[in-house]
Structure formats: C-alpha cells, structure tokens
Design a protein around this ligand. Sequence first.
Ligand SMILES: [Zn+2]
Length: 142
Amino acid sequence: MVDQTTITAALNSIKTATEITNVLRESDLSIEEAELKLKLSDLVHALADAKLGMIRIEETLAGQEKRIAELEEALESKDTLVRHHDAYYRLDKKGKPSGVPFCLRCWENEYRKRQLVADISGIYNVCATCSHRYDLQRTTMT
Ligand SMILES: [Zn+2]
C-alpha cells in the first residue's frame, strides 16, 4: 500500500533532480570537474529515488485496479449467489442453488468468489485460496 509519504518522497526526488539540473544548466563553464561529478551523482541518486517511488505507486495502483475489478464482479454476483449449508451457489433459472460450491469464508469476508474443490480424502471440500476445509456433505448439492 502506498501512502501519501511515498508519493511526497517521489515528488521531492523529482524536484531535487530538477533543481540540480537547473544549477548545472545555469552555471558558467568554470564549474570544477569535481563539483560537476558531485552534482551529477546527486542527480542520479535523486532520479533513482524518484523511479523507485513511482514503481511502488504503479504497483499499488495495479493492485487496486485488480481489487476494484473483483469487487465489481462480486457486486454483480451479489444477487445471484445464495448460501446453502456451508457454501454459496449460483441460482438456477428456477431460483434454486445449483452448480459448483463457492467458499463461504472468502465470500463473506472479502467478497471473493472462490470455487471449492474436493480434496483427495473424499471427506472435505477445500478452498484453494484460503485453504479452509469444509465437510463435503455440507458443501455439495444433492
Ligand atoms: Zn476461501
């Protein structure tokens, strides 16, 4: 998660890089080579900080876009999913729960529609996302 501090730090790094560039551009040609190298080093450092900040912001925005898409899908599914015993199901044309079971915990806690799958024991259905195990009898439509 990116907070305001990360954004402010990235903007400050860009501002610093701009100021250094302006100093170099406006300086006369008598600037010492050592001073020039120091300023260029500062410039590279400021640009690297800005780049890292922008990468963090980009990653956060991508994560938020994905989560928004999931929530939009959940909102669209809200009226078409119904709880039956320990799972959620889609409603069929007759308005009855049918099809594959979805994880109760993922749906109720995070509005994530995650399909349950039978584990190898044949006793449980398991959510691949949260790993919660459900009694197969209570998460299977009969
Ligand atoms: Zn789950």
